[in-house]
Design a protein around this ligand. Structure first.
Ligand SMILES: [Fe+2]
Ligand SMILES: [Fe+2]
Length: 202
C-alpha cells in the first residue's frame, strides 16, 4: 500500500506533489523510484517507532536529492557555506548527504534540522542519531528493492528494534569499505563505535 501523505506542518513550503516534482527533475527514473520506496519504508518505520510521519516522508524523499549533481556543485557548496575543508578529500558517496543537505536547505527551503541531519547522516550514520535519522538510515538500507547478502537479517533486526538495525548496518558498511580498500570517513568509525559494541549479537 502506498501512502500519500498530505503535508500540514509547512516544513516544506508546498505540497507533497510539488516536492515530488522538484525531486524528479534532479534524478534519473531509477533513483526517483528508489527515493519513493525509501519514503514508504521510512513511513512504515516511523509509524512503528513513534516518529513524525511528515518529517519521515520529506526526509525519505529528499535523502538522495543531490546524488546526481556534478562534483563542481559540491565543491562550490563546501566553499560557499564554509563546510569542513576535509570534505574535499572525499567524493559523491559522502558529499551527496553531508553537502546535499545544504542544497536541500537553500534550493527547497527545508530548514528542519532533524530532516537535514537525517540527510547528512544517511550514508555514514553518526554517533548520535535521532529516531528520525535512524528511520531514514535504515529505510535507505532495507527498502524493498535492496538485495544484498544479509538484507533479510537487516530487515528482521530493524523490525525487532530500530537501533539494532542501525548497529547491523554500521558494522556491514564498515566491513564493506575495508573489504574494498575504500577510505573510511571518520564519522563511519564513530558510528561503529557508538552502536555496534552494545549489540554483540548483530
Ligand atoms: Fe544516498
Ligand atoms: Fe538512497
Amino acid at each position: 500500500m502506498v501512502t500519500e501523505l498530505t503535508y500540514h506542518a509547512n516544513i516544506f513550503p508546498g505540497t507533497r506533489d510539488e516536492l515530488l516534482a522538484k525531486i524528479e527533475k534532479q534524478l534519473k527514473t531509477k533513483r526517483f523510484k528508489h527515493v519513493q520506496r525509501v519514503e514508504q519504508t521510512a513511513l512504515r518505520l516511523a509509524e512503528a517507532n513513534g516518529v513524525d510521519l511528515e518529517k519521515a516522508s520529506i526526509a525519505g524523499l529528499t535523502h538522495d536529492y543531490a546524488k546526481q549533481r556534478p562534483a563542481e556543485d559540491f565543491i562550490q557548496t563546501i566553499k560557499d557555506y564554509q563546510l569542513a575543508p576535509e570534505l574535499l578529500n572525499y567524493g559523491n558517496a559522502i558529499w551527496h548527504g553531508v553537502v546535499g543537505a545544504e542544497l536541500i536547505k537553500h534550493e527547497l527551503g527545508i530548514y528542519d534540522e532533524d530532516i537535514l541531519n537525517a540527510v547528512r547522516h544517511h550514508t555514514t550514520g553518526a554517533a548520535y542519531m535521532s529516531p528520525l535519522e535512524q528511520v531514514v538510515y535504515m529505510a535507505d538500507f532495507i527498502e524493498p528493492a535492496r538485495d544484498f547478502p544479509g538484507v533479510d537479517d537487516a530487515r528482521r533486526l530493524t523490525d525487532k528494534e530500530l537501533a539494532m538495525g542501525v548497529a547491523y548496518q554500521a558494522k556491514h558498511t564498515l566491513a564493506y569499505l575495508i573489504d574494498n580498500n575504500q577510505p573510511i570517513y571518520p564519522k563511519s568509525l564513530d558510528t561503529y563505535n557508538a552502536w555496534v559494541p552494545q549489540y554483540p549479537n548483530v
